[in-house]
Design a protein around this ligand. Structure first.
Ligand code: GDP
Ligand code: IMO
Ligand code: MG
Length: 448
C-alpha cells in the first residue's frame, strides 16, 4: 500500500508517504501555422531545431510542403520533420500523421541527394500511424471530380480518404503492415473492396500492390518504434523536443473554414492526440504568422486582394504551393482570423515571417474587424458562406519603401515597419519574438 495506515499485530502503523511528482521541466516547444498554411513553419522549425534533440510531426501527411533554405540549398519537406536537416536531431513521425510510404522514400532520396545526411539512424516512425495507399489518392481525385464546381481544391494526396478510413475503423496502420502478412492482405483487400463499391471506376492491381508493400514493410521496419514511450522517456531524460505543426489552424477540421479544410486537427489539440503528449508536457506554443495572408485551394478568404496588391504579394512573395505548384491566393493580414486562432492555440509568442515582401508597398492595410449586417462580429463565423460575405474593416499604415532584407537588429528596422509589428502585438496581445526578412536560415531578426 502506498503510504497511509497499515495494520501490524492489531496495531495501526503509519508508513511515510512517498512524494511522487511529475517532472514539470520536460516540456515540448510547439510551432503552429496561424493562418491557412505556408506561413514559413519549415524555416522556423529549422532555426529552432539547432537547439533541439528531437523534432516531431504530429498530424497531416504529404499535403504539407515545408521549405528550408540552408547555404543557398533549398530543401522541401512533406512528411519528414524539417528538423531532420540538423544532423544531431532525431525525427519522429507520430501516430497522428498519415504516411504515403512511396512518397516518404522518394522524399528521403531527394533530400539526401541535396546533402541531408545520416537520416537512417535518426528517423523514427510510429507503429500507430495510418498508411495512405495510392488508391486513397485516386479516391481523393475522384471525390473532387464528383464535387465539380464545389470541389475543395485538395492536394489529392489522399489525406481526406485516409483519415476517413481511420475514423471508419477500417484503416491500415504501420503495425498492420509489419505484423502477420496474411492479416494485412485481408485488410488491404477488404479496404479496396469498400472503395470499389463506392467508386466502381477505381482500378487497383491488388496483387502488385501487395508485393510492393511487402518490400516497403522491410524498408520501413528498422525505423518503426512505439514513438509514445520513446518520446516520454526522452522528455524524462531532459531532452529538448520540438513539434512541427503541418497545414494550419484555419485548415483545422474543427476550427477551420469547414468544409474548406484538411482532415486533421492542425491546431494544438492535434499535438496531444498525434503524439500521445499530454498538455502538461507542452511548453511554448509559437504561432507562425505571415506578414500578409495567403491561401491555396478553395474556400472563403475575407481579406483576399483580387487586384494589383494581391498580384504583387503573389509575385514578390513567390507564392506558389510547394506541394501542388498552384498559385497561392493573397491578401492583407487578417487580425480577426489571428485573434481566433490565437484563442484556439494559445500562442505564447509569434514569429512574423516574410515582412520583407511588403518592402515596396507605399501603403499597407490590416484587417481589424469583420462586420455582418452592419454589426461588428464578436466571433469567427462557423458558416463558410458567412465568412465569405463579411465586410472587412481595415486600418491603413504607411509603408517603409526600403529593403529590410539585410537587417538583423530590430532597432534598425524602418520606423514604419516597427509600427506595423507593434500594432500586431497590441491587437493580438502576444509578443512578436522573431521577424523573418528573407528565405535563408540567417534571414531572421531576434526581437526579444
Ligand atoms: P510552411 O508550409 O509554413 O513551412 O511554408 P512554405 O515553405 O510552404 O512557404 C513559405 C515560403 O516562404 C518558403 O518558400 C520559404 O522559403 C519562404 N520564407 C519563409 N520565411 C521567409 C521570410 O521571412 N522572407 C521571405 N522572403 N521568404 C520566407
Ligand atoms: P503546409 O504545411 C497550404 C489545403 C489544400 C486544400 C485543403 C484540403 O505546407 O502549410 P487536403 O489535401 O489536405 O485534403 O486539402 O487544405 N492545404 C494546405 N494549404 N499549406 C498546407 O500545408 C496545406 N495542407 C493542405 O490546398 O485547400
Ligand atoms: Mg507549405
Amino acid at each position: 500500500m502506498a503510504g497511509g495506515v497499515a495494520k501490524m499485530n492489531g496495531l495501526a502503523v503509519t508508513s511515510p508517504r512517498k512524494k511522487v511528482r511529475r517532472d514539470s521541466a520536460a516540456k515540448a516547444t510547439v510551432v503552429l501555422g496561424a493562418q491557412w498554411g505556408d506561413e514559413g513553419k519549415g524555416k522556423v522549425v529549422d532555426m529552432l531545431a539547432t537547439e533541439a534533440d528531437i523534432v516531431c510531426r504530429c498530424q497531416g501527411g504529404n499535403n504539407a510542403g515545408h521549405t528550408v533554405v540552408v547555404d543557398h540549398t533549398e530543401y522541401d519537406f512533406h512528411l519528414l520533420p524539417s528538423g531532420i536537416i540538423n544532423p544531431k536531431c532525431k525525427s519522429i513521425i507520430g501516430n497522428g500523421v498519415v504516411i504515403h510510404l512511396p512518397g516518404l522514400f522518394e522524399e528521403l532520396e531527394k533530400n539526401e541527394a541535396k546533402g541531408m545526411t545520416n537520416w537512417e539512424d535518426r528517423l523514427l516512425v510510429s507503429d500507430r500511424a495510418h498508411i495512405v495507399f495510392d488508391f486513397h489518392q485516386q479516391v481523393d481525385g475522384l471525390q473532387e471530380l464528383e464535387k465539380g464546381q464545389k470541389s475543395l481544391g485538395t492536394t489529392k494526396k489522399g489525406i481526406g480518404p485516409t483519415y476517413s478510413s481511420k475514423a471508419n475503423r477500417n484503416g491500415i496502420r504501420i503495425a498492420d503492415l509489419l505484423g502477420d502478412y496474411s492479416q494485412f492482405t485481408e485488410k488491404f483487400q477488404s479496404l479496396v473492396s469498400v472503395y470499389q463499391r463506392m467508386f466502381p471506376a477505381l482500378q487497383v492491381n491488388v496483387e502488385a500492390e501487395l508485393t510492393r508493400y511487402k518490400a516497403f514493410a522491410e524498408r520501413i521496419r528498422p525505423h518503426v518504434v512505439d514513438t509514445v514511450s520513446y518520446l516520454h522517456s526522452a522528455l524524462k531524460r531532459g531532452q529538448k523536443v520540438l513539434v512541427e505543426g503541418a497545414n494550419a489552424a484555419m485548415l483545422d477540421i474543427d476550427f477551420g473554414t469547414y468544409p474548406y479544410v484538411t482532415s486533421s486537427n492542425c491546431s494544438i489539440g492535434g499535438v496531444c492526440t498525434g503524439l500521445g503528449l499530454p498538455p502538461c508536457h507542452i511548453g511554448d506554443v509559437i504561432g507562425v504568422v505571415k506578414a500578409y495572408t495567403t491561401r491555396v485551394g478553395d474556400g472563403p478568404f475575407p481579406s483576399e486582394q483580387l487586384n494589383e496588391v494581391g498580384e504583387l504579394l503573389q509575385t514578390r512573395g513567390s507564392e506558389v504551393g510547394v506541394t501542388t505548384k498552384r498559385k497561392r491566393r493573397c491578401g492583407w493580414l487578417d487580425i480577426p482570423l489571428l485573434q481566433y486562432t490565437s484563442m484556439v492555440n494559445g500562442y505564447t509568442a509569434l514569429c512574423l515571417t516574410k515582412l520583407d515582401i511588403l518592402d515596396t508597398l507605399p501603403e499597407l492595410k490590416m484587417a481589424v474587424a469583420y462586420r455582418s449586417k452592419g454589426k461588428v462580429l464578436d466571433h469567427f463565423p462557423a458558416n463558410a458562406a458567412e465568412v465569405g460575405s463579411v465586410e472587412v474593416e481595415y486600418e491603413k499604415f504607411p509603408g517603409w519603401e526600403s529593403s529590410i532584407e539585410d537587417i538583423r537588429e530590430y532597432d534598425k528596422l524602418p520606423e514604419n515597419a516597427r509600427k506595423y509589428i507593434a500594432r500586431i502585438e497590441e491587437l493580438l496581445e502576444i509578443p512578436v519574438k522573431w521577424v523573418g526578412v528573407g528565405k535563408g536560415r540567417e534571414s531572421i531578426i531576434n526581437v526579444y
